[in-house]
Design a protein around this ligand. Structure first.
Ligand code: PMP
Length: 305
């Protein structure tokens, strides 16, 4: 990470090298931190950066904060303005990733949410691919279960819950897979370690509903809209059984970092004919156009820096 770049920390923009928290800070010790991951895409034609759906990201961040009894003196608009200011502080000419965080900022021992000060921070980093193999990924069903809404709500992007994601990801990678699909406590498909999941079955696009212990992904929401509006495909949000995934015509995963990952094998079984399917392929092309501010209808999702 380029430490000469800037970050927002303790109320102001500072060099990233100076944005340091104390080891006694609550959010560091107990995972009492919520975050988001946003992208800003460089448009070569327009010679500008465009932040993808920052209002939606900040709305979800503030929702996560609400679950964790956190308050900060910024709303979605103020956070978006701050993002633009931070991006202006450095002369980025490439795709970047932004990591806004709200954390329990007081120091000291005592696990709780109440009577603690909250603070907001954000840094920017250059970013290309999250999953090196995003066109024919081999997935496995994780032996770990997804955190349940009554354990740590997956709906909130809560740092402590990412220990669950880390267990899932590392065990999948060490076993030779690109990514894992996680089942919830009921045995239904929830999502990946840091991505939502979709399958095509009987020509319809199917994805777990928001009550199946998923993070309500901004990419997921965008893909649902693009599939319905631009491809005219029916999208169904419902519980998915493990065995249905093996029988799907296509499977893909979505996330800000991952974008749209085509999965062509799950636990050594080919999905469809074992190659990226036509719906996945069309959605990937469309999504790429949309995030790079090349699709006139969706310019409302691109906030110019
Ligand atoms: N699920 C989890 C657990 C994630 O960490 C992410 C990444 N933020 C996603 C899904 C995808 O969400 P989004 O499209 O908003 O990045």
């Amino acid at each position: 990470m380029d430490m000469s770049k800037h970050a927002f920390f303790e109320g102001k923009i500072v060099p990233l090298s100076e944005a340091k928290i104390n080891i006694a800070v609550h959010g560091f010790m107990y995972g009492t931190t919520v975050f988001s991951g946003m992208r800003s895409y460089w448009s070569e034609e327009k010679k500008r950066l465009f932040v993808f759906r920052p209002y939606e990201h900040f709305h979800r961040l503030l929702d996560s904060a609400k679950i964790m009894s956190m308050t900060i003196p910024y709303d979605e608009q103020a956070l978006t303005d701050l993002t633009l200011e931070l991006l202006h502080a450095d002369d980025w000419h490439e795709d970047v990733y932004l990591r806004p965080t709200i954390y329990k900022a007081d120091m000291g021992i005592g696990v709780r949410l109440h009577n603690l000060r909250d603070d907001f921070s954000m840094f920017v980093t250059a970013f290309d691919k999250y999953l090196s193999n995003d066109s024919n990924a081999h997935l496995t069903f994780s032996s770990w279960r997804r955190v349940d809404d009554n354990v740590i709500p997956a709906r909130g992007k809560i740092s402590g819950a990412y220990a669950n994601s880390a267990l899932i990801k590392t065990d999948a990678n060490r076993a030779g897979f690109d990514e894992a699909i996680v089942l919830d406590q009921d045995g239904h498909v929830s999502e990946g370690s840091a991505m939502n999941i979709f399958m095509v079955r009987g020509g319809k696009l199917v994805t777990p509903s928001p009550t199946d212990n998923i993070l309500e992904g901004i990419t997921r929401r965008s893909v649902i809209e693009l599939a319905r509006e631009e491809l005219g495909i029916e999208v169904v949000e419902r519980s998915i059984d493990r065995s249905e995934v093996f029988l799907a015509e296509e499977v893909f995963m979505t996330g800000t970092a991952a974008q749209i990952v085509a999965a062509t094998k799950v636990d050594h079984r080919p999905i469809g004919d074992g190659k990226m399917g036509p719906i996945t392929s069309k959605l990937r092309a469309l999504f790429d156009e949309v995030v790079h501010a090349r699709h006139p209808k969706y310019l409302k999702w691109n906030v110019e820096v």
